[in-house]
Design a protein around this ligand. Structure first.
Ligand code: DGJ
Length: 728
């Protein structure tokens, strides 16, 4: 009966509306509102995104005082042509060489697709070319998130060669726009860059095709009417594009001091031709708005990601030991089984066999050969992969394995058999990066092959593999596909090809945990996370670097997705030496793992690891599904501090680190903003016998902890502390 009413509600509410001129479309979440306006000329205009404004009809008679014969007020999806002269969301050249597109509102409908989720579809059409664009807005009420994309259909008689095809256009009016975005490099991803936008256009983009998030991430936060980034106060818009290929986010302040934001696929590598009858679906842009600072904007995105945006719906992967930094390519069965023994002994829950297990004619004993030939190397593991899986399972551990299915080494049987599968421009040599070529996922045969790499690997252990680490260690160069007729389609089709494969794999293997790794954090985006359960945040596992990398990454992506491992010292990437406790305390702020040879640890280190892993299990549900509060920014001085709080605010974990020595007297002041001021919390410091906070073991009111705060004695470089708080 309940079901019947729900269907009825959907049917009723999905009736198509034809708004008459001068009417409003409101897209609402619990605390935000996005308002569009169908004006008297049937143009779809952008009115508002931010806090609710009440009845949209109050705009009636609204006047921006622009000259009516000069330019236009902000449009919901601006196109090149007509009166519009700023950067367009959409632009195409038609066969008659017309470069104009002018969209008129046709109709819209609103569908309640599930509890608290509403989808608004607005149909626009160019009366001349018959090109149709549907704007799709999905509002997630409880998370205050609105996702949006466009669906472009060529209903006309001419092909449309598209130069721009953005997912989303947003138009904001504020006095100041402070942009926070994320840049970096291999082993230094997601560093913060912050700037006050000025007139002109600021672009964040990537053109590397794959491994697109090392240098910039397709995400940002925008603090409004301020020059200061504030975690707890002020209006902040955050956005992230769900696309694992070339992207472009542009921010243009126009002559009316309005900020025009465009987000979508980067069309830099040539136009994409939309044939007659064809539909092109752009990726989702995920938006949130917070009136309580950047912290709430991140928490909105995290909640949305856990409920809707990540394949695992926020279920964190098990703790693990990965073989890479402990063994690299140099292992045989006894090395691996000893690692499995140690992983079990230390309390870890999974063992992951990384690169180096395959290749027969071209054994993968270095990065120079073997990629593409996914047959196990029986010289290294004569007993086979199933033996290792059984061995791990016998010790109570899950078992995972590494693949890099999109790639091929020139030195491999695959490269000899299928040279036409390699990405390269026709008539030119393919270039290698890390001694490897990229396979052409535009080609359905290659898609089948990449699918089969995963599928056959699963079969090697009779489907007893619990976790796949999917790596991707190069970007696109000299792009081109022997399969495609029009190379303008290359970058888009590659990413769509990848998604086709992942979709098929998820149908067949819904329960295998899959990590997106791309030389570390090269594929960290919400497009990938639709299919992957977690990301390998960075190849840089060194504690100090990780503070900055995780601080940035977790502004947009929740901690349950970010793999975070303890490795040896001196660190293999940075040479830095940090205490084991410091390394554990920072790795515990994500999905904890280890990536070192346990045999090389001292007895004390081994014992400490057991203790830290056990204490992690006490609070990991908070890392998995708690709310993140950033308490002290590592960019502000000597310290870094964060906390995760349970939804009912009864439990919390606080983590703090000294990252610079500036005198023995400089203790941090950590105000625990995430707590409930009316509760009493008992504080216990973990992973130490010499607590750094005088209040260890005592009970404090939430009010005291928020308004006074903790002052632990973390003064020497790499001092760190983890405190577990429980309400009494
Ligand atoms: C790059 C990854 O990021 C590393 O973790 C490791 O898996 C290597 N590739 C293996 O080649």
């Amino acid at each position: 009966m309940k079901h019947f009413f729900f269907i009825l509600a959907i049917t009723l509410s999905s009736a198509i509306s034809h708004a008459i001129g001068n009417s409003y479309i409101s897209i609402n979440t619990d605390n935000t509102s996005l308002i569009l306006h169908v004006n008297t000329e049937n143009n779809l205009m952008f009115m508002h995104y931010g806090l609710p404004i009440g009845e949209a009809g109050q705009y009636s008679g609204y006047n921006s005082y622009r000259r009516v014969d000069y330019g236009t007020d902000p449009m919901a999806y601006p196109t090149r042509g007509g009166r519009y002269y700023n950067e367009p969301a959409f632009a195409a050249k038609y066969e008659d060489t017309d470069l104009n597109t002018e969209l008129k509102y046709v109709s819209h409908n609103i569908v309640h697709i599930q509890q608290d989720v509403t989808r608004t579809e607005i149909l626009l059409q160019d009366p001349k070319t018959q090109l149709e664009i549907k704007l799709i807005y999905t509002a997630y009420a409880k998370e205050d998130v609105i996702t949006t994309h466009s669906e472009i259909t060529n209903k006309g008689k001419q092909e449309a060669s598209m130069d721009h095809y953005a997912s989303s256009a947003m138009n904001i009016k504020a006095g100041k726009y402070l942009l926070t975005h994320f840049h970096g490099a291999w082993a230094g991803e997601m560093q913060i860059a912050r700037e006050l936008l000025t007139h002109g256009t600021k672009v964040i983009d990537n053109k590397m095709g794959v491994r697109t998030t090392h240098t910039e991430n397709p995400s940002f936060l925008l603090s409004l009417d301020t020059e200061t980034f504030d975690e707890n106060h002020g209006e902040v818009i955050a956005g992230a594009l769900a696309w694992s290929g070339n992207y472009k986010l542009s921010f243009q302040i126009d002559e009316f001091e309005r900020l025009n934001i465009l987000c979508g696929i980067n069309p830099y590598a040539g136009a994409y031709t939309l044939k007659k009858g064809q539909t092109f679906i752009t990726p989702d842009m995920i938006w949130t708005f917070s009136a309580e600072g950047a912290g709430q904007a991140s928490r909105n995105l995290h909640r949305w990601a856990r409920n809707y945006g990540i394949y695992s719906k926020g279920k964190m992967s098990p703790t693990l030991l990965n073989s890479w930094e402990g063994a690299y390519f140099d292992f045989t069965t006894p090395v691996l089984t000893a690692m499995i023994d140690d992983a079990a002994e230390m309390g870890l829950e999974m063992f992951v066999l990384d690169d180096g297990w395959f290749g027969t004619d071209f054994p993968r004993n270095s990065s120079k050969q073997g990629l593409g030939d996914w047959q196990p190397n029986t010289n290294k593991i004569p007993e086979g992969i199933e033996y290792l899986a059984n061995y791990a399972h016998g010790k109570g551990l899950k078992f995972g394995i590494w693949i890099e299915p999109e790639m091929v080494n020139p030195k491999s049987n695959l490269a000899k058999k299928h040279p036409e599968w390699v990405v390269k421009s026709a008539g030119r040599e393919a270039t290698t990066t890390r001694n490897q070529w990229l396979l052409d996922l535009c080609n359905p045969q290659v898609q089948d092959f990449v699918f089969s790499v995963f599928d056959e690997t699963m079969k090697l252990a009779s489907n007893k593999i619990d976790y796949i680490k999917w790596d991707c260690n190069r970007h696109v160069e000299s792009f081109g596909s022997a399969f495609l007729k029009d190379q303008g389609e290359f970058y888009v089709n590659y990413t769509q090809g990848l998604y086709n494969v992942l979709k098929r794999l998820r149908e067949k293997y819904p329960h295998v945990i899959v990590q997106s790794c791309s030389s570390g954090g090269g594929r960290v985006d919400y497009g990938a996370l639709k299919y992957f359960d977690e990301v390998w945040t960075s190849d840089n596992t060194e504690g100090l670097s990780r503070i900055f990398i995780q601080y940035g990454t977790n502004m947009i992506y929740p901690a349950c997705t970010t793999g975070s491992h303890v490795s040896t010292v001196p660190n293999h990437q940075t040479n830095n030496v940090t205490p084991l406790k410091f390394r554990f305390d920072i790795a515990a702020a994500g999905r904890l793992g280890m990536e070192m040879q346990p045999k090389n640890m001292t007895k004390d280190e081994y014992g400490f690891s057991q203790r830290a892993i056990a204490s992690y299990k006490k609070f990991r549900d908070l890392i998995e599904e708690g709310d993140l509060y950033r308490l002290v920014s590592p960019y502000d001085g000597n310290h870094y501090a964060i906390m995760y709080v349970s939804k009912d605010k009864r439990r919390a974990v606080v983590m703090a680190y000294c990252i610079k020595y500036q005198g023995r007297s400089k203790t941090p002041l950590i105000r625990l903003f995430g707590l409930d001021k009316n509760r009493q919390y008992k504080i216990s410091e973990l992973n130490t016998d010499t607590p750094s906070f005088w209040g260890n073991g005592k009970t404090f009111s939430g009010e005291w902890l928020i308004n006074q705060g903790m002052n632990p004695q973390l003064v020497k470089i790499y001092d760190s502390g983890i405190w577990y708080l429980e309400a009494e």
